[in-house]
Design a protein. Structure first.
Length: 392
């Protein structure tokens, strides 16, 4: 049930992605306003990731997941009934909070549930499930929302009501799930999740690698709807959702396919895949006749690379810290991830608002992201030789 709730919360993160064209029409939104929506979501996510380790001590793993799921339900209900820009902004901020709380604790919770069931068991399967849901759930949301927008009425209401209904089931299931930590409501928050080894911090190279990898994902996901409509001339909502599903599901496939590879090998694959994908993306939208097939290929390559890099960095980070430091370090890694998803979208929105074309914005940010991916990947590989442990 933890995996189901986590999947649902992550799906809510990207649920509106194929719907922003409809929001533009309904509220007469500019590119800058859409950028503001992304920024507010990112702010909610990062704020929640920052405080999650402290709240975990007071609420426990289950309490934090229940809080995340309940916040998601409130945000979805708000987005379903408040049909105005303030409702969109507040709803997306609360969605970000829900995502941050869930992402911070879910993987650690799954690992601890596995160890609770069998103290001698390998935790790799639980870790793979958690990282796959973290990436794959981001693809499920737009797929469902795009299909509902294409073939069902009330596209700005029905997807959110579906989240509310499914979230209620998740809440019931979580209430019956065992707790794996010992909540301490009276423990000072500044002692949360610490240990004698807690002075270790998330390696800068790991944070940079996660940020750069998901900046590539964010660049593609944030501009894909606009590119489909204005450059590729394929405005269907279902197609927009399916393409984002392709990107994030490619990340899940790459995580599973590299299960037996050492973390540095996974990082090498991920870095190469993203760099090739960015080149193909730029070519696909700057041809005299933009090419949808190349555009799809670029999304798959970028998504596969980001998924692999996230898996590789997660494996390296979790194996390098004490168990009591996992939640704090995972939160720091996820802050880098969500910053990566958001920064290119915000930057591209500003560029579009001052008159840049979508293909030009893609070209400029692709260069910046490619440099970041290459440098961060190299730095992380230098620190972790090729005989490092496996990620799976």
């Amino acid at each position: 049930m933890v995996a189901y709730a986590f999947l649902l919360v992550m799906a809510s993160a990207t649920l509106p992605s194929p719907l922003y064209g409809l929001y533009r029409e309904r509220d007469n939104l500019s590119a800058f306003t859409i950028t503001l929506v992304y920024a507010i979501f990112a702010g909610g996510t990062i704020a929640a990731l920052t405080v999650a380790p402290r709240f975990s001590v007071r609420l426990g793993r289950r309490g934090l997941m229940i809080s995340a799921t309940a916040t998601m339900i409130v945000s979805a209900g708000l987005l379903a009934v408040w049909k105005d820009l303030p409702g969109l902004l507040i709803g997306r901020f609360l969605t970000g909070v829900a995502v941050g709380l869930a992402a911070a604790t879910a993987i650690t919770y799954l690992v601890e549930l596995r160890l609770r069931a069998d103290p001698d068991a390998s935790v790799s399967r639980a870790r793979i499930i958690g990282t796959s849901i973290n990436v794959g759930g981001l693809g499920v949301g737009p797929l469902v929302a795009g299909a509902l927008a294409q073939w069902v009425g009330a596209p700005l209401t029905v997807p959110y009501l579906l989240i509310v209904a499914l979230g209620a089931i998740a809440l019931l299931g979580l209430a019956l799930t065992p707790e794996t930590s010992t909540p301490s409501p009276t423990q000072p928050s500044d002692t949360a999740e610490t240990s004698p080894r807690s002075s270790a911090r998330l390696p800068v190279a790991a944070a940079a690698a996660a940020l750069s990898a998901f900046a590539a994902n964010g660049l593609f996901a944030g501009l894909s709807g606009l590119l489909l409509t204005s450059t590729l001339h394929h405005p269907a909502h279902a197609l927009a959702g399916a393409i984002l599903f392709l990107v994030f599901s490619a990340g899940v496939v790459s995580q599973l396919a590299t299960n037996r590879l050492a973390a540095p090998r996974v990082l090498e694959f991920g870095t190469a895949s993203i760099l090739v994908g960015l080149v193909v993306l730029v070519v696909s939208v700057r041809l005299a006749t933009p090419n949808l097939a190349l555009f799809l290929l670029s999304g798959a390559l970028i998504g596969a690379g980001a998924g692999a890099i996230y898996k590789g960095t997660t494996g390296i980070v979790l194996e390098s810290v004490a168990p009591s430091d996992r939640l704090r370090t995972t939160s720091a890694l996820l802050i880098a991830l969500f910053l990566g998803l958001s920064v290119p979208v915000i930057g591209a929105g500003v560029a579009l608002n001052v008159g840049a074309s979508a293909p030009d914005a893609v070209f400029g940010f692709a260069i910046l992201v490619a440099v970041g991916v290459a440098v961060a990947g190299w730095a992380l590989l230098v620190r972790h030789p090729k005989n490092s442990t496996q990620t799976g």
